[in-house]
Design a protein around this ligand. Sequence first.
Ligand SMILES: CC(C)(COP(=O)(O)OP(=O)(O)OC[C@H]1O[C@@H](n2cnc3c(N)ncnc32)[C@H](O)[C@@H]1OP(=O)(O)O)[C@@H](O)C(=O)NCCC(=O)NCCS
Length: 147
Amino acid sequence: MTVKRCTTADTEEIYRIEEAAFSDPLKKETMAKDLERESYCCYALFDPDAKAFISYEKVFDEGQVISVATKPECRRKGFAEKLFNEIVAFAKKDGISFFTLEVRSDNEAAIKLYTKLGFKRVGVRKNYYRNPLCDAILMDLHIGDEK
Ligand SMILES: CC(C)(COP(=O)(O)OP(=O)(O)OC[C@H]1O[C@@H](n2cnc3c(N)ncnc32)[C@H](O)[C@@H]1OP(=O)(O)O)[C@@H](O)C(=O)NCCC(=O)NCCS
């Protein structure tokens, strides 16, 4: 099992996970372009093929989580948890001191995952998501040394 930062060469594999995980996936071309950008950080767990990925945008010392997804047939095996816990070290080295994210209030699996990873609920945006209408829960996690 290895965790590595993805490049455009990984687009197909990562896109397959994105497409299977989300009802409104990114366009493949958008993902390929994002993977070229220095501030777009995408890491995947390979075992031996890509099982899960996480992407975030680096804005100064903040990592704004964009996506976290695990292949449907590989869920509940600890892949997302392991992947996130491994990338914290990479992110710290890269100058990230905290992660922020928004999650649909009806996404119980993701909220439980983030809570287990140590994220704290810090706010809510009412009716932020459409189809169906749903609140966004704002969560963050400090990984820097200062508290
Ligand atoms: C959310 C998601 C990434 C979790 O991935 P995963 O690899 O299955 O998660 P893990 O196996 O590492 O689970 C770690 C912890 O998360 C929580 N969790 C994960 N899936 C859960 C579920 N279906 N129900 C309840 N808790 C869940 C549990 O606390 C779990 O720990 P436990 O197994 O000891 O109880 C996966 O369900 C997914 O890809 N969902 C679709 C995409 C998505 O909604 N992404 C998040 C929004 S960007």
